[in-house]
Ligand binder design. Structure first.
Ligand SMILES: CC(C)(COP(=O)(O)OP(=O)(O)OC[C@H]1O[C@@H](n2cnc3c(N)ncnc32)[C@H](O)[C@@H]1OP(=O)(O)O)[C@@H](O)C(=O)NCCC(=O)NCCS
Length: 179
């Protein structure tokens, strides 16, 4: 099992097939999917495929979201980190072929600063370890927590656009403006 980063309270490691139960708890929860198109998963088979898809990204794209584990409890709390969005199916409006920063946690771990803490580490990883030029972020305008996190970690608001009926705030941070 590969650990990519450690923060004060979290371990950020590769997502594994053994994270199935935690990932299913995460992605079957409608509250979690409120600002993600309202399509929570229904079956563990869907979750299994999602885990395999992320693990394949590690191989094909050199990066993918990482599992976040709470140090104090050892609990899987969700995922965080970077994704290379690529190809025709992974566009967002007119945006294509971009690295974005994202996070998704089981609700009982919300409100503890974990998205901020993990994202700070992931920006560092993206710019310093991977040498990414620009890291982007997207959040529905109603997703106050996510917008706050993106702003707190230093991404700059660029523009708004409509995507699948929802208004999206689009942010970016260039390596030259990092630290
Ligand atoms: C978005 C998400 C990852 C945030 O995780 P988190 O660990 O609770 O975030 P943090 O604690 O680091 O920061 C959230 C900030 O938003 C604030 N916040 C959260 N909900 C808020 C609300 N309804 N109104 C105002 N502020 C709010 C928090 O107070 C905190 O700000 P602060 O540090 O200045 O107090 C979590 O809510 C989640 O998993 N949501 C479902 C998936 C999702 O929407 N992902 C993002 C898609 S763009």
């Amino acid at each position: 099992m590969k650990i990519f980063a450690e923060t004060e309270r979290l371990i950020l490691r590769e997502l594994m097939e053994s994270d199935l139960e935690g990932m299913f708890e995460l992605d079957s929860n409608p509250e979690v999917h409120k600002y993600l198109g309202n399509k929570p998963v229904k079956t563990k088979e869907q979750t299994k495929e999602a885990i395999q898809f992320i693990r394949q990204q590690y191989i094909d794209r050199g990066i993918g979201r990482f599992a976040a584990v709470e140090r104090s409890s050892g609990d899987f709390i969700g995922w965080t980190g970077l994704k290379l969005n690529t190809g025709d199916k992974e566009t967002l409006g007119d945006k294509s072929d971009f690295h974005d920063i994202g996070y998704r946690f089981i609700p009982r771990y919300w409100g503890k600063g974990y998205a901020t803490e993990s994202s700070v580490a992931m920006l560092d990883f993206g710019f310093k370890e991977l040498g990414i030029d620009t890291i982007f972020g997207a959040a529905e305008i109603g997703n106050i927590a996510s917008n706050k996190v993106l702003q707190k970690i230093g991404l700059k608001y660029v523009e708004q656009f409509l995507y699948e009926g929802e208004m999206i705030n689009w942010y970016e941070l260039k390596q030259e403006h990092y630290e």
